[in-house]
Design a protein around this ligand. Structure first.
Ligand code: GLC
Length: 532
């Protein structure tokens, strides 16, 4: 598209996250794999996806399902071999799409050779590659807690020191203050970039540097019993340290030596702190620090609309926005707000200014699948039983068709398939014009064909308890988006003359009809109007 030519692919595109264990199994072992993803690329192309982000596929003991890496330059045999990876990359590129890998630089597996060496003796040359500290009066060096429950320090009997792990004891944190660690991880990045990978989603970017003095974290006055144990403290000294930005800049510099590669940062922080990850002044940072507001905020029209405005207002001059509704760590959008309202969410995601990222299965309205206690696999769920923190429900196998195991696998899947798969699968929904899947598809294609939605300006128009209305404009092209975030009827009388055609609606039967003057919407309804 001519007008979008000055914009880069990661600004005009649509990213789709694949959780590889659960997308498509090609060899009948019950676990998804690389060949499986390759087999489904035509589906993603049909949907209108332009970039695929694949969660970790590297060798790993799988204590945290791949986020505990034991070889940064390999492929786990469960997922296939390097030739399968090369084929996937080739096939993605053949279809004019991009491939983004998950990079997990903050921590490795405790089975990574680096850590095995590091823990072998205090004098090992790799000792300082991880964070080792003496006991303080027989206790851990400070009060820091692990995100997955319990203390963040693990005692190593053999060498008589503690090591730091922000996540599992099997995920020791690398010491990013050590230049050798930096060099080793930059080398990993080059390895994949040289292969032709189009960028990285960087895991827990804001965790990478910790306070040099390892000061105690303060208590969180807002902690309540149902919350994860980790929330007892405010991670003031264990995360988001100023020096992390130097590391992010270096990573960016490395990427910029290649053509048009992207760095997305996983960062859970308030907006003011988040936007610093775009870079400071001339120092460039991440292209897309993930903006998780549509995940973290309650689904409330006023809160969401003020968050959009605050975010738009806080973005640095060249900071490109981005939005996301779900991922492998969070309850699915259709479970959080309901299946009908999930369409309104899709309309919001795909009409806001900024790059949208979709989580696999959300396009067919997949919901969290209750997992019986004796089948729970996620360490976050297992470590803090009773707090319902397991992430398994949002990681269940993709529902492709109504055959056994939903077409995901010929064998019993590693995690159970939703009971609803026979009424809710790709094959079935593709044939129904009014399905959520076809709604997503129309919306995606419409966005990609209209510069006003892809790169146009955003102007808030109206908000009340129930609804949000805004304009997207580019040159002569103008769209009005009106969304009802409630289940009840709502009404809006614009201060400006509104005259136009409904191009897209959560309710397919409304598409093509005309709007003039006041607008009333039924519960869970949203419309995109082309203004004349
Ligand atoms: C990120 C990942 C999550 C993982 C954690 C530790 O938050 O998204 O799945 O458990 O990092 O690597």
């Amino acid at each position: 598209m001519e007008q979008a030519a000055q914009h880069l692919w990661w600004q005009t595109g649509i990213i789709y996250q694949v959780y590889p264990r659960s997308f498509q199994d090609s060899n009948g072992d019950g676990v998804g794999d690389l060949k499986g993803i390759t087999q489904r690329l035509d589906y993603l192309k049909w949907l209108g996806i332009t970039a695929v982000w694949v969660s970790p596929v590297y060798p790993s003991p799988m204590a945290d399902f791949g986020y505990d890496i034991s070889d940064y330059k390999g492929i786990h045999p469960l997922f296939g071999g390097m030739e399968d990876f090369d084929e996937l990359l080739h096939e993605v590129h053949q279809r004019g799409m991009k491939l983004i890998l998950d990079l997990v630089p903050n921590h490795s597996s405790d089975e990574h050779p680096w850590f095995l060496e590091s823990r072998s003796s205090r004098s090992n040359p790799k000792r300082d590659w991880y964070i080792w500290e003496d006991a303080k009066d027989g206790h851990p060096p400070n009060n820091w807690l692990s995100v997955f429950g319990g203390p963040a320090w693990e005692w190593d009997e053999h060498t008589g020191q503690y090591y730091y792990h922000a996540f599992l004891t099997k995920q020791p944190d690398l010491n990013w203050r050590n230049p050798e660690v930096q060099k080793a991880m930059f080398d990993v990045m080059r390895f994949w970039l040289d292969k032709g990978v189009d960028g990285f989603r960087v895991d827990v970017m804001w965790h990478m540097i910790k306070d040099a003095q390892l000061r105690d974290n303060p208590h969180n006055p807002e902690f309540r019993e149902h919350m994860p144990d980790y929330s007892k403290l405010l991670p003031v000294y264990s995360t988001d340290q100023p020096e992390v930005h130097t590391i992010v800049q270096q990573m960016r510099g490395l990427l910029d030596a290649y053509d048009e590669r992207v760095m997305i940062g996983e960062i859970y922080l308030p907006i003011e702190q988040l936007v610093v990850y775009y870079g400071i002044g001339d120092n460039k940072g991440a292209h897309l620090p993930f903006n998780f507001q549509l995940i973290s905020l309650p689904w409330d029209a006023q809160q969401i609309s003020s968050a959009i405005d605050a975010y738009e207002g806080a973005l640095p001059a060249n900071g490109w926005p981005n939005w996301v509704l779900g991922n492998h760590d969070q309850s699915r959008i259709a479970s959080r707000i309901g299946l009908q309202q999930a369409r309104v969410a899709a309309l919001l995601l795909l009409t806001l200014r900024g790059t949208p990222t979709l989580y696999y299965g959300d396009e067919i309205g997949m919901q969290d699948v209750p997992i019986p206690l004796d089948e729970v696999q996620d360490p976050q769920g297992l470590n803090m039983p009773g707090k319902y923190l397991s992430r398994d429900p949002e990681r269940t196998p993709m529902q492709w068709d109504n055959s056994q195991h939903a077409g995901f696998s010929t064998a019993k899947p590693w995690l159970r398939v939703s009971r609803n798969f026979q009424g809710q699968n790709v094959n079935l929904l593709q044939q129904d014009e009014s399905s959520i899947l076809n709604f997503y598809r129309r919306l995606i294609h419409f966005r990609q064909e209209h510069p006003a939605l892809m790169i146009g300006s955003y102007k808030p128009l109206y908000t009340d308890q129930k609804m949000i209305a805004y304009l997207r404009e580019y040159q002569e092209q103008r769209f009005l988006i009106v969304l009802n975030l409630s289940h009840g009827v709502c009404y809006f009388e614009p201060q400006m003359p509104v005259h136009g055609k409904i191009e897209i609606s959560t309710h397919a039967e409304l598409e093509g009809s005309f709007v003039k003057g006041a607008i009333s919407l039924g519960g869970d309804e949203g419309i995109l109007v082309r203004l004349h």
